[in-house]
Design a protein around this ligand. Structure first.
Ligand code: MSP
Length: 512
């Protein structure tokens, strides 16, 4: 039976245009989805847009548009951006779809039937920007007397309204027990510790309906109440798996294997979401993998600073695969990082064009020139040959481990270690000098190089699908034989290789 794997991105708020931070979460999820597919899994990869709530309603009003028409336009823009980033999702969910409204109503009823929802009155702080309720202790007071959330710096307002509550306080011990039994539930560890201490500090019941606006999913049998946007949004992950129809074929994918999230939204995913699900008798997801934020030249991206990075523009300037590579290589996944053009150019020119591109180009040109473009057979391996081949053959397992932990930059570093070793090898063996003196040895060396580059390229496909696809063509690897399992089958001796062409261009500053 094929192994199943379910991956999600957060669904994006449609209150403004997509930027590089959104593209980042989706590209990371895409790399894992592609890796799992090439490792033999049946993958379901979900992304989409989060369209309800006060924030979106206000943005539509500010744009002078009907709310649904506004969300249609922005959702489409997110989808176009996602497609432009080469993100291979299987389903695009929108929370304004009927299937999702049905799913939310069904989940609500299950939680209510379990006795975990009651009617009350909310009086306290709310931040529209974060769509989050805050305790006094989570706020700071500005000199003008207004208050903001300490962590996100978002303004808060005092709200007072009838509201349904979710009995979150009753879930504290069961959540702690769940974290204990599932040590890998929250990644990285620093975030896990943060969540543990938050839950240990005690949980208040959570307001899960609003009555002061109506852009949301109606609470069943409760006129005037719409669901709290986070209850609505989180439910998307089961909607797409077919909920409430648990006989739907996609329901077999639940529980999700990885929910990718930014560090700002871990609490919703690691505390509220498993509690909602457990209350409804549904299994919680397997893992919440969180990443840090990108800042631009050291500054937080914001409309007012005018430094918001449009992912499509960036990809046009440097190349899509170059950007995908950069985003996952530049910083550890869980950490924050700074985006700047010099750093992109350096990775693009040094690592992609020189280290990898030149290695392939040099090896393949020698085969084209000296061996009539025919792949030489494997020969007797010297210790140096074996050292390089062993390092290459050990890579798939090492990279798999990193992918399962979402330590993408370490996966790339391990791959680059082998690329650097291969560059050392080609320089020391100098196959170009063997053409006359020892053509047999030259052939063996070139075969060692092709076999090494093939492993490296196979593992890099999820990161840079288009460029590496071209490199695989150059290596003579058939399009239907590029999975990890295919590495066990050697390329045929004498295989005719196409004329080599560079795959990774250098970035040259355009002349003004
Ligand atoms: N709608 C909610 C998610 C609901 S999921 C059930 C939301 N949307 S968002 O559009 O504001 O953010 C979506 C994702 O983009 C989050 O994971 C967030 O961390 C990420 N990013 C937004 N800005 C970012 C950066 N500057 N850098 C990296 N990622 C950041 O939250």
């Amino acid at each position: 039976m094929t192994k199943r794997f379910y991956i999600t991105t957060p669904i994006y708020y449609v209150n403004g245009a997509p930027h590089i931070g959104h593209a980042y979460t989706s590209i990371a999820a895409d790399v894992l989805a592609r890796f799992k597919r090439m490792d033999g899994y049946d993958v379901f990869f979900l992304t989409g847009t989060d369209e309800h709530g006060q924030k979106v309603e206000a943005a539509a009003r500010a744009a002078g548009l009907d709310t649904q028409a506004y969300t249609d336009t922005i959702s489409q823009d997110f989808r176009d951006m996602t497609d432009a980033m080469g993100v291979s999702y299987d389903d695009w969910i929108r929370t304004t779809e009927q299937r999702h409204k049905d799913s939310c109503a069904a989940l609500w009823k299950k939680i209510e039937a379990a006795g975990d929802i009651y009617l009350g009155h909310y009086e306290g702080w709310y931040s529209v920007r974060d769509e989050a309720f805050y305790d006094e202790g989570e706020l700071v007071t500005l000199p003008d007397g207004s208050k903001i959330a300490e962590k996100s710096k978002a303004p808060v307002e005092w709200v007072k309204e009838p509201s349904y509550f979710f009995r979150l306080s009753a879930w504290q011990d069961r959540l702690l027990e769940f974290y204990e039994q599932h040590p890998d539930f929250i990644a990285p560890t620093s975030r896990r510790n943060e969540i543990l201490s938050f839950v240990k500090g005690g949980l208040n019941d959570l307001s899960v309906s609003r009555t002061t606006f109506n852009w949301g999913i109606p609470v069943p049998d409760a006129p005037g109440h719409v669901m709290y946007v986070w209850l609505d949004a989180l439910t998307n992950y089961i909607t797409a798996a077919g909920f409430p129809d648990t006989t739907a074929p996609r329901w077999d994918f639940w529980p999700a294997d990885v929910h990718f999230v930014g560090k700002d939204i871990i609490r919703f995913h690691a505390v509220y979401w498993p509690a909602f699900l457990m209350a409804a008798g549904i299994a919680p997801p397997t893992r919440i993998s969180s990443h840090g934020w990108w800042v631009v030249d050291g500054e937080k991206m914001s409309k007012s600073l005018g430094n918001v990075v449009e992912p499509r523009v960036l990809a046009k300037t440097f190349g899509l695969d170059q950007i995908r590579y950069f985003l996952l290589r530049e910083k550890p996944f869980g950490a924050d990082g700074s985006l700047n053009h010099q750093a992109i150019i350096s990775r693009m020119n040094v690592e992609l064009a020189n280290d990898l591109g030149n290695l392939a180009q040099r090896s393949l040109s020698l085969i084209a020139k000296n061996l009539d473009g025919k792949l030489p057979a494997r020969g007797d391996a010297t210790p140096e040959d074996s050292a390089l081949l062993d390092a290459a053959n050990a890579l798939p397992d090492i990279v798999r481990l990193h992918m399962d932990r979402q330590t993408f930059h370490e996966a790339l570093e391990e791959i680059w270690k082998v690329i650097r070793s291969a560059n050392g090898y080609i320089d020391r063996q100098a196959p170009w000098a063997l053409r006359k003196t020892d053509p047999e040895r030259m052939a063996v060396v070139l075969r060692v190089l092709v076999d090494t580059i093939r492993v490296v390229a196979t593992l890099l496909q999820p990161f840079m699908p288009a460029s590496i696809g071209r490199m695989m063509d150059q290596l003579g690897v058939a399009p239907d034989a590029r999975s990890l399992a295919d590495l066990a089958v050697p390329l045929a001796d004498g295989l005719a290789l196409p004329a080599p062409q560079g795959v990774f261009p250098r970035y040259v500053e355009p002349v003004a």
